[in-house]
Design a protein around this ligand. Structure first.
Ligand code: PHE
Length: 343
C-alpha cells in the first residue's frame, strides 16, 4: 500500500490532524478540519473502509489503530472547540468602549440608623460627652423602679413592655443606662447611650416594635434646664442645619422634674406642614428634663450634692426628617435598593 491512507501512515496522519485542529483559527476552520478527517467522506472513515482489504491476521491491529486515531483526532477537535468558545466568551463585545469607567462592585452602605448614630455621637463628643452602653435585656429595677416609675404606671403594663420568662424585660427606653452608669461611676457624668429599645407598639408609619434612642445624661454641681436647652439646640443645628427650630413643651416623665418634650421643626417641609410631620410643622424628637431627686437617690448620688439633666431622643424620627422618609417601616424592610441611597 502506497497511498497516504495506508496503515503505516496512521501516526503521520494523526500528527497532521491534531496539529491542524489545534491551529484552527475559528469555528469554521475547525469544522473544515473535522470534516477532512472525521466526516462521513473523510480520511478516517476511508481508512476504516479498507479493513476488508487487510489480511485477516492483521485486521485486529489495523482496526484498533484506526480507532485510536479517530479518538485522538476527535479529542483534539473537541479541545480546540472548547478553547475557541472560552476565548469568545471572554472577548469584549463589539463596540466595547474601553474609555468608559469600570463597573464597581456593589459595596455595602451604612444603614441610615447607624449613620445618624455615628453623626450624633460625634456631635456630642465634640461638646464633652462620652459613649456608654447597656444591655437590651434589663431588670425591672433598672428600667422602671430606679427611674422613679410608680408601680401602677401604664408603661409597666405587659401591653406595652415585652417581659421575658424569669421576670426581666426588653428595655422600653435607653434610660436604664443612666442607672447603670451612675451606679458604676462617681459624678460628674456626661454621657450619651445610643441603643435599641422595644415596645409593644402596633407598627404603623411612625411606630415600630423596636426602635433606637440616644440617651443623654449630664450630672454635675450646677446643671440647669438652660444647659439642656442650649445643648439640645446646639445638637439640632449641627444635625439638621442652622435653620432648624427647636421647641420645648412642658411634659411629664417619672424620672425627670421638670420634664419637657423637645420638637424640631420639620426638615422635610421646612415647617410648612407635610405628611412626615402630620401637617403640624414639628416633629417630636426627645423627652427630657432635670433628673428627678428620687433617681439620684436610687443610685446613691444624693450624697454628692449634684444635679443634672437627661434626655432620650428617637433616632428613627431624626432619620425620617433628615432623609424625608415618610414611613418608619422603610428603615426595617431592608430593601437594599432603598437603604443604599442614604449610605
Ligand atoms: N425615656 C423617655 C422615653 O423613652 C425619654 C426621656 C429620657 C425623658 C430621659 C426624660 C429623660 O420616652
Amino acid at each position: 500500500m502506497t497511498d497516504n491512507t495506508g496503515s503505516d501512515t496512521i501516526p503521520a496522519l494523526r500528527g497532521r490532524a491534531v496539529a491542524e485542529a489545534a491551529a484552527a483559527a475559528d469555528a469554521a476552520a475547525l469544522e473544515a478540519v473535522r470534516l477532512t478527517y472525521l466526516g462521513r467522506k473523510g480520511l478516517i472513515p476511508a481508512l476504516m473502509g479498507r479493513l476488508k482489504d487487510i489480511p485477516p491476521e492483521g485486521r485486529r491491529d489495523y482496526g484498533r489503530s484506526v480507532n485510536e486515531l479517530k479518538d485522538a483526532v476527535q479529542a483534539a477537535v473537541d479541545a480546540r472547540k472548547a478553547a475557541l468558545e472560552e476565548a469568545a466568551a471572554s472577548r469584549p463585545a463589539e463596540g466595547f468602549d474601553e474609555s468608559l469607567p469600570g463597573e464597581w462592585r456593589a459595596l455595602g452602605t451604612r444603614h441610615p440608623i447607624s449613620a445618624i448614630i455615628a453623626r450624633a455621637t460625634s456631635i456630642f463628643r465634640s461638646i464633652g460627652f462620652t459613649v456608654a452602653e447597656g444591655p437590651d435585656i434589663e431588670t425591672v429595677r433598672n428600667n422602671f423602679d430606679a427611674l422613679n416609675t410608680p408601680p401602677d404606671h401604664p408603661s409597666r403594663d405587659a401591653q406595652d413592655t415585652f417581659y421575658l420568662a424569669g421576670g426581666d424585660l426588653l428595655r422600653c427606653h435607653t434610660s436604664p443606662v443612666q442607672v447603670r452608669y451612675m451606679e458604676a461611676h462617681e459624678p460628674p457624668v456626661r454621657i450619651i447611650a445610643p441603643g435599641r429599645c422595644y415596645r409593644r407598639d402596633t407598627p404603623d408609619a411612625t411606630h415600630s416594635a423596636n426602635f433606637h434612642q440616644i440617651e443623654g445624661l449630664f450630672i454635675d454641681r450646677e446643671v440647669s434646664l438652660a444647659d439642656l436647652k442650649g445643648d439640645l439646640t446646639h445638637f439640632a443645628r449641627e444635625m439638621m442645619g442652622p435653620g432648624v427650630k427647636v421647641r420645648f413643651r412642658p411634659h411629664f416623665f417619672p424620672f425627670t422634674e421638670p420634664s419637657v418634650e423637645v420638637d424640631f421643626s420639620c426638615h422635610v417641609c421646612g415647617g410648612a406642614g407635610c405628611r412626615v410631620c402630620k401637617h403640624s410643622g414639628w416633629i417630636e424628637i426627645a423627652g427630657a428634663g432635670m433628673v428627678h431627686p428620687n433617681v439620684l437617690k436610687a443610685v446613691g448620688y444624693d450624697r454628692h450634692g449634684v444635679c443634672g439633666y437627661a434626655f432620650g431622643m428617637g433616632i428613627e424620627r431624626i432619620a425620617m426628617i433628615l432623609y424625608g422618609i415618610p414611613d418608619i417601616r422603610m428603615l426595617y424592610e431592608n430593601d437594599v435598593r432603598y437603604l443604599a441611597q442614604f449610605g
